[in-house]
Write a protein that binds this ligand. Structure first.
Ligand code: HEC
Length: 119
């Protein structure tokens, strides 16, 4: 019995140490992410130019200037704890690929990383 326990402990150690080796790395934020991003000066103009033709009522979220901030926050489109998982960021790798430039998408991500403030 003791031998079996010893053996099982050994197996357990091997399995556990094996697992930690293959832990899925958490994706890291891109290095060239902008800082000091202003919602009104940097983000809303992107929505005005690239989004409001479709997002002004008919499709959620409404991204027109009077509504966009509240819609994004109340609708849980941004996740400040895990910015890369924000719907507002991920959508550009999905159905909205190419609807904003890479730089614009980085600005949106930078704004979320800095706390998604109405600044
Ligand atoms: C040509 C029309 C069109 C344009 C331009 C457009 N969208 Fe969309 N958007 C849609 C449609 C339709 C949906 C719903 C289907 C989908 O997810 O693609 C959607 C969905 C979304 C969603 C997810 C909504 C949800 O409830 O899950 C977000 C966020 C979003 N758009 C943001 C944007 C932003 C930001 C821009 C500008 C950079 C933009 N969209 C430009 C048509 C558009």
């Amino acid at each position: 019995m003791r031998r079996v326990t010893f053996f099982l402990t050994g197996v357990l150690i091997i399995v556990l140490s094996g697992c930690s080796k293959y832990e899925i790395p958490k994706p890291e934020l891109p290095e060239d992410i902008p800082t000091d991003v202003s919602y009104s000066a940097d983000i809303q103009p992107i929505f005005d130019a690239k989004c409001v033709n479709c997002h002004s009522g008919a499709n959620d979220p409404d991204l027109t200037a009077d509504w966009s901030y509240d819609e994004l926050i109340d609708g849980d489109y941004v996740d400040t704890d895990d910015p890369l998982s924000s719907v507002l960021y991920e959508i550009f790798s999905g159905t909205h690929d190419g609807r904003a430039t890479e730089e614009e998408v980085l600005y949106i991500l930078g704004w979320i990383v800095e706390g998604a403030e109405n600044n």
